[in-house]
Design a protein around this ligand. Structure first.
Ligand code: AMP
Length: 580
């Protein structure tokens, strides 16, 4: 059964003919839609997302509607955001922040996060949002590696997560607290007090397309998280995908459920909607099915960008949203972060009258690269086709070469031709690691995929051991290092174990130090240690005690083998396995 959604038919898609646009699209042409800073001052994300609208017809249009946990809503117009971000830019300028310095946030989804983002970009400093559910260890790791100069946070998060590590962060000069009315000392200051003293005008200094703007940490299989650095020119990808994929039209009301601590929540929860001049809904609270459906209804949302984990949770609920809520305004639902299986696509169509459009991208790509589009037939289970302007391919790679697989249906590495505007420009302080991601002109994504005869891409899996849990990337190394800080743990290896709702569950295999006996109490204790240090989003949920871990002859843990054994799959090539 298919429900007809009248709103869908009334609005013509921006992308009418995919094939035609594919052959004519040019990034250089698309740049011409930007305003640019006055007097040839270049391209700055905050100018394109806020200031040009505030100076024009959208001045009093709602830019952000913030829904507080208690459900009260507060609107911020483009003009409000213009003034607030100017004040913030003045605050940090006075505190000595200059071009290229890093400003971090550790907050929930509160207005100060968005004001900090744009104020920082106006100052030509680098904005790095952290996920507030992280425990102190991942937070410390990121602040330290990113050499945070300023951190904006709440009093509660400061007390719980920053105070214990502040002495170990020598680069951190100021902490700005969003919810105190007085300064604690010379370093820990009240943001409202500072904001009140500053002017609401600010002149954005000249900004080049290639100037650093955004920093997002992403997990690797070896080593600590990598800081993917993006530039102001990335805003072109945000604008174009906003038009072609999210299908933004004037007066649209849009909701991206991702937290800005993850790249989706920044590229599509902050920048893309505002650069396209629509109203961006921000919900402070976490997932709750009834709350989410009432937000869709009460705020008359047209476009909803969410993730497979949330969709699977909604599918399992005993709620028929079409009967219980009025969702007639909903025109488009999109999903990213993990495979969206065909049954979810069908469920979306039957339930809402619109298909759920899957798309693919990652922290390093800065924006959507492969997608299903409103006006293109959906192949349920497929990620869709490359964005016009993006060249994707399936390839076989070796340490220093790459050969493109032209035959359809063959699996291989998903690669992208380098040079799109939101391509990451380096891993902070790890240029060598960055260079390893490229083979000539191709960027190697680390995902395995296949392309069918009609050019649709299908996700096959990760080429490495990275875990996706509730849509979040978790690097096994980071978790293993933390587990090994527990006094009873000699060695640890971590895998992703398939789980129906959250995609993969973090599971650890632990070798104990002599004198420690495996048991339920010790398992709980190690789990608690993980949760305390890493936070519940990252910590293992299950532990198996083992006598030894399978390793290669060079000493690398064979997580793939642990996973195969856990799932009862074939063990594959064991030629590198060290024999005990
Ligand atoms: P992140 O950098 O945290 O955004 O995670 C990016 C990774 O998530 C990709 O490299 C994929 O492994 C996975 N991913 C993102 N979108 C999809 C999708 N539509 N289908 C399957 N996997 C996806």
């Amino acid at each position: 059964m298919s429900v007809v959604n009248s709103h869908t038919e009334a609005v013509e898609p921006n992308l009418i003919d995919y094939d035609a646009l594919l052959s004519t699209f040019s990034w250089n042409e698309a740049y011409k839609d930007f305003d640019g800073l006055p007097n040839g001052g270049g391209l700055n994300i905050a100018h394109e997302a806020i200031d040009r609208h505030a100076a024009g017809l959208l001045k009093d249009h709602v830019a952000i509607r913030w829904i507080r946990k208690d459900r009260a809503a507060k609107d911020f117009t483009y003009h409000d955001l213009y003034e607030l971000s100017n004040r913030f830019a003045n605050v940090i300028s006075r505190l000595g922040v200059g071009k290229g310095d890093t400003v971090f946030t550790l907050t929930g989804r509160i207005p100060e996060l968005y004001v900090t983002a744009f104020g920082t970009l106006k100052r030509t400093a680098i904005f790095c949002p952290l996920f507030s559910v992280f425990g102190p260890q991942p937070i410390y790791e990121r602040l330290s590696r990113g050499e945070a100069k300023i951190l904006v946070t709440t009093l509660d998060l400061f007390t719980k997560k920053i105070k214990p590590v502040i002495e170990r962060l020598p680069a951190l000069q100021y902490v700005l607290i969003t919810d105190t009315e007085s300064h604690a000392d010379k370093k820990v200051l009240s943001l409202p007090l500072l904001m009140a003293k500053e002017s609401s005008t600010f002149t954005i200094p000249p900004t080049q397309k290639e100037d650093p703007a955004l920093l997002h940490f992403t997990s690797g299989t070896t080593g600590m998280p990598k800081g993917a650095l993006h530039v102001h020119g990335a805003v072109l990808t945000h604008m174009i995908t906003g038009k072609l994929v999210l299908d933004f039209h004037p007066d649209d009301i849009y909701w991206c459920t991702a937290d800005p601590g993850w790249v989706t929540g920044t590229s599509y929860g902050i920048i893309a909607p505002l650069v396209n001049g629509v109203t961006n809904i921000v919900d402070e609270a976490e997932f709750d099915a009834a709350r989410w459906y009432s937000i869709l209804q009460d705020h008359k949302i047209n476009i909803w960008y969410t993730a497979p984990t949330a969709i699977r949770r909604l599918m399992r609920m005993n709620i028929d949203p079409a009967k219980q809520y009025n969702l007639e305004h909903l025109r488009l639902i999109l999903s990213v972060g993990e495979p969206l299986h065909a049954d979810a696509v069908h469920w979306g169509e039957d339930t809402f009258g619109v298909p759920i459009l899957d798309n693919w991208w990652q922290t390093e790509t800065g924006g959507i690269m492969i997608s299903n589009y409103r006006n293109m037939p959906v192949r349920p289970g497929s990620m869709g086709k490359p964005l016009p302007g993006i060249e994707a391919a399936i390839a076989e790679i070796s340490a220093d070469s790459l050969s493109i697989i032209t035959e359809p249906e063959k699996s291989g590495q998903l690669v992208l031709k380098r040079g799109w505007p939101s391509m990451f420009k380096t891993y902070l302080h790890e240029e060598e690691r960055y260079q390893k991601c490229f083979r000539g002109e191709w960027y190697v994504t680390g995902d395995l995929a296949r392309r069918d005869k009609e050019g649709y891409y299908w996700f096959v899996g990760r080429a490495d051991d990275i875990i996706k849990t509730s849509g979040h990337m978790v690097g096994p190394f980071e978790v293993e290092s933390t587990l090994m800080e527990h006094p009873a743990v000699a060695e640890a290896a971590v895998i992703g174990k398939p789980e129906p709702t959250i995609g993969e569950m973090v599971k650890a295999f632990v070798v104990l130090k002599p004198g420690n006996a495996p048991g339920e109490q010790l398992e709980m204790d190690i789990i608690a240690h993980g949760r305390k240090k890493l936070g519940p989003a990252v910590a293992p949920k299950e532990i198996d005690f083992v006598d030894s871990l399978p390793k290669t002859r060079s000493g690398k843990i064979l997580r793939r083998l642990l996973k195969a054994r856990e799932l009862g799959l074939q063990e594959g090539d064991l030629s590198t396995l060290e024999q005990p």
